[in-house]
Each structure stands twice: as C-alpha cells, then as structure tokens.
Design a protein around this ligand. Sequence first.
Ligand code: SAM
Ligand code: DTB
Ligand code: SF4
Length: 347
Amino acid sequence: MTTLEELKEIYNLPLTTLILRAQEVHHRTQDPAGVQLCTLKSIKTGKCSEDCKYCPQSAHNDTGLEPEKLLDTDRVMIDARAAKADGATRFCMGAAWRKVYTDSQFQNILETVSAVKALDLEVCCTLGMLDVNQAKALKGAGCDVYNHNIDSSREFYSKIITTRTFDDRLNTIKNVRDAGMEVCCGGILGMGESVDDRLKMLLELANMDPQPDSVPINALVAVKGTPLEDQAFVDSFEFVRIIATARIAMPYSIVRLSAGRSQMSDEMHALCYLAGANSIFLGDRLLTTENPRQHEDRKLLARLGLHDLHPDTAREIHARSKEESEGCGCGHHDDEPAEEAAQPVLS
Ligand code: SAM
Ligand code: DTB
Ligand code: SF4
C-alpha cells in the first residue's frame, strides 16, 4: 500500500532529484525511449446526459458543439485505417454516453470493435458506465482496453460531477477488470483542485490491485461554455511533478499525456518524457478538441531520439508487473540476484 505521505514526499523532492528518481524507475521497468502512439476517435458526439463541468460534450454545457449520432462501422474504419497507416498501435473510440445500454447501438459498437481489431490494432473503448455482461461482450468482440477515468480525488469529484458518484466509476473499473480487459484510468489536472487532490487521485490509482495498465493524465482544456471556461492552464512544473510521481508510484503503467498538449511547448513535452510519460494521442483531434499536428509530434520525437513503443514491449512490461505483484511461481527466478526484483520503488 502506498500512503499519501509517501506520495507527498516524492512530489516535493527537488525537481532534479524527482526527475532522477522517475528516470531510475523508467529505465528499470520500461523501454525508456519508447512512446506508445494511440489515436482517438469520437464515435458518438455531444448531448451527454452527465453534468461533468469540464466536458464540452455535456448537454448541461452550452458549448455550441454539433452533436453527432453513433457512427457506423464503415465510417469508423476510415479513421482506423488512417490511424494504422500513421503508425498508431492503439485505436480508442469514445462515446458521449453516461452508460451503455444493451441495444442495437451496442451491437453496432461490437461489430466496429471486431472490424478494428481485424486491422491488428489494439482496441480501446470509452463509452461510460458498463455492467459486467457488457464488459464481457466488449472483450469477446476484441476490445483489449477500456478507458474510464476517476478524474480527481474522491473529495473533489463531487464538486465536478453530480450525476454519478466516484464509487460508480470504481464499479465499472471492476467490471472491466473482471471481464479481462486492460484498465486505462487517470484524470484531469487544472480544474481548480489542490495538489493534495491530485496526489489523492494518484493514491487511488496506485493502490488499485492490479494498478491500471495505463494512466492518462489530462490537462484541462477550458472550453468556452463549460463552467470551467475561465480556469487558468495548469502550472507546468506542477504538471511535470504529477507525471514523475505517477511514474514512480506506478512503475509498470503506461503514463499517457492526454488532453491539453496543444497548449504545451516542445520543451514542456520533453520535460514530461523526462518525468516518465510514455504515451500520447497521435492525430489532429482528440474527441472534440485540438491536438498537436502529428508531423509536429513526429518531428519532436525524432529530435528527442524517441521511438514508437511496440505493443509487444508494452505487453511484456505488463506481464512483468503481474509477475512482480503475484510472484510468478515458475521457479526460474529463484536464483536471480535479488537486487533487481526486490528494489523498493517507493523509498
Ligand atoms: N463518456 C465517457 C466517460 O466520461 O467516461 C467517455 C468519454 S469522456 C470525454 C473521457 C475523458 O475525457 C473524461 O473522463 C475526462 O477525463 C476527459 N476530458 C473530457 N473533457 C475534457 C477537457 N475539457 N479537458 C481535459 N480532459 C477532458
Ligand atoms: C482520456 O483520459 N483523455 C482522452 C481519452 N481518455 C478518451 C479524452 C480527452 C478529451 C478532451 C476533450 C475533447 O477533446 O473533447
Ligand atoms: Fe459525458 Fe463523458 Fe463528457 Fe462526462 S466526460 S459529460 S460522461 S462524455
């Protein structure tokens, strides 16, 4: 169990030491030059019944967004093929829904998931709350990963969303895990929460058993017409500190720079990679907001000497994490030097 005190101690290290510690963990547990490239596609846009204060797609927020019905498989496949051609290894489909209903639209999504999977892409969905049978159906259709964020600390959550609870979120995450899908779970910085709230969010994630396979860290994109439209962009160094703390507390998780990258400089991106971030969304659009042009991302990765993280490498890292937390029991590791395996990450 990680404690809040431990996370605070890490977070408050001199930045130089914090980055060194994050780098040590990153080099020990991950491909330190690998960056996982995912592509995001909104397959059903706007008119969501939830009242998430940050979200341009909530029907409670007047953002002038043009709503769109669920896209059919053929339409989504155009983007999935383009993502594959651009070198993305994971295709993530998002729907502005509070929860999934087991209806013809869900059947449509299952068909789309299978078609995307057949392109040999990792498939991720983020569709709102799921019950365990829906989670199993998604897994059966070929969905590898489900994204469902806790977004902030339990305490701050109710200030941002009133139409569902933090425990509703945890319940869907359990259903996803029980169905055998990977869990992608993270949050947003810059909504007016305190540093303590951010660390409590990381604590919740780090104490999940197993820890999330990937942790998206979003910087709030303050969209006009949302109650958070006047929020200042998150402080750069506070953002970097959270990335480094996440890397140290969740050594085997992929830490993804998600929303807000359009407002980050090349140097800020480099600091985030130094702090242990190892995934981005590639492509000109997130769900409804802007993302850096992909040739700019490619150019920066090349300037930094970073390469695309191969999905097999990511899978190996996850398998190692499982072995370490469960003890693989294979007997092959008994005479290996204790040094590597036993090194405490949080000390
Ligand atoms: N409706 C589903 C749900 O809420 O789980 C899936 C889509 S929802 C848009 C996915 C995530 O996007 C949210 O949990 C939140 O973390 C992030 N997000 C939404 N609007 C954002 C914004 N303006 N800035 C940063 N992140 C945002
Ligand atoms: C996540 O944590 N961030 C992505 C993905 N998971 C689905 C979504 C970001 C959305 C940003 C606002 C928008 O583009 O609408
Ligand atoms: Fe709906 Fe998801 Fe946006 Fe909340 S974050 S309003 S659930 S689309």
